[in-house]
Design a protein around this ligand. Sequence first.
Ligand SMILES: NC(=O)C1=CN([C@@H]2O[C@H](COP(=O)(O)OP(=O)(O)OC[C@H]3O[C@@H](n4cnc5c(N)ncnc54)[C@H](O)[C@@H]3O)[C@@H](O)[C@H]2O)[C@H](O)CC1
Ligand SMILES: [K+]
Length: 510
Amino acid sequence: MTSIRPMPDRDRLPHALYRAEQVRNLERIAIKGYGIAGLELMNRAGAVAYRMLRARWPTARRLVVLAGVGNNGGDGFVVARLALADGLSVRVLQLGETERLRGEAAESCAAYRAAGGVPEAYRGLPRDADLIIDALLGTGLERTVEGIWAEAIQAVNDQRARVLALDLPSGLHADTGRALGVAVRATATVSFIGLKQGLFLGDGPDCRGEVHFSALDIPAAVYAREILSLRRIDWDQQGQLLGPRPRTAHKGDCGHVLIVGGAPGMSGAARLAGEAALRAGAGLVTVATHPDHAAWLNLNRPELMVSAVAGPKTLEPLIARADVVAIGPGLGRADWGRRLWQCAQGSAKPLVVDADALNLLAETPARGADWVLTPHPGEAARLLGVRVSEVEEDRPRAARELQRRFGGAVVLKGAGSLIQGDSQRPPAVCSDGNPGMATAGSGDVLTGVIAALRGQGLDAEDAACAGVCLHAAAGDRAALRGERGLLAGDIVSALRAVANGIGEDECRFD
Ligand SMILES: NC(=O)C1=CN([C@@H]2O[C@H](COP(=O)(O)OP(=O)(O)OC[C@H]3O[C@@H](n4cnc5c(N)ncnc54)[C@H](O)[C@@H]3O)[C@@H](O)[C@H]2O)[C@H](O)CC1
Ligand SMILES: [K+]
């Protein structure tokens, strides 16, 4: 029986992500190199999807399969045939002419007919479906969805029954995660052979629902023949990079982080970054900030050390004492911020560069071997001299170009933050996180977290990957009390429990 990774929990989802062409290559190797027929793969895919839907929604009795004219549709016919054999009520609504079906898809349709099934031309969605199976489009999506295909997808999104997408939500581009016109918003997606990177990029997080995966029992040796284009990371995996604290540890062993920022009126950004660095395990944290508010910046967080800096002369000794410098939160682009940025940039210390320091870098580009840049799409666009839409159109490409031009490790923030380092490893995309984290100060918290991990000995790329995942997992923990109204300070409050692997139900104190 084909094994499936049944539950959508990220622990069992593979970390390897692929583009459509790579999955087709894996299919080709499985078929040509291991003699697994295309029809056999399709039958396995349909069987996996059918077993998964029966386990996930055992009371669903009335299924509607929306079938396209390619092999994604073929998967749908397999599901329909199995449902029919189980005595469920099932209707297959065909988009495009059934006569256009070819190869394995035509054979699956014929098997469905032989079992007593009668495909119908799509003329709208029935209102009594318990479950809709989206078998319209998979990795063969070639163009913007229009006409009756767009109407059908919109009808699926407008109705209330649960939706299981086969391989990909129809209309979602397998490589970029962009919805081409319109895409199905699925309750769950079951992906086959290779987990598609588009499920974790662009519109993917909004369309995919729960993610399930099956390799369809393709031999592991097949995967050795295809390099990853992207790797999925999460805190469950990245947390391993931080071993337990030595019993003899003292604060000097855990890194001294210097946060530089907080121009007049923007002290909160520097304060958030500093507190986040403490909560992510830094031994010492100093905030170098504007004299206007230095005296009270740490009033209710005395563990933070605060120094008023007027310019390079007062900043240099603080940089000399630090292990890592995070510059940018609330820095501003006035003369004060500019002079501090030039001073920090000229130091030999590992840097984490965020917010206005990135905008100053965009004005006077430079390369850094050992820094971590953390742009959001707007800052990335300024650094690259392009429109934001071009960054968002192909995020892996934008991250690659940023790393090529500026060096170090780059975190391209957004839904599915991307990390591109200068090692031979493929870029990484974090699958933790939620829209509640799109809130003022969230980026400042991330800057503090990455700086703290850098100060605890991780290199730029590892600190960026682990920092993004810790920040996102803390955001998910904070979102247990609701995404709307989630504050950056809530993320800070969740860091400690998540960093120590303590579950939500194990700690009821704030
Ligand atoms: N190959 C195998 O052994 C397996 C494949 N699996 C499933 O197959 C699909 C990929 O199938 P493919 O036929 O390449 O493409 P699609 O079914 O996704 O559809 C292509 C089909 O649709 C037309 N089309 C493309 N874009 C549009 C559009 N915007 N509007 C309308 N029509 C469009 C195109 O002309 C083609 O005719 C894969 O995702 C899996 O689901 C099995 O899972 C494993 C074995
Ligand atoms: K689909």
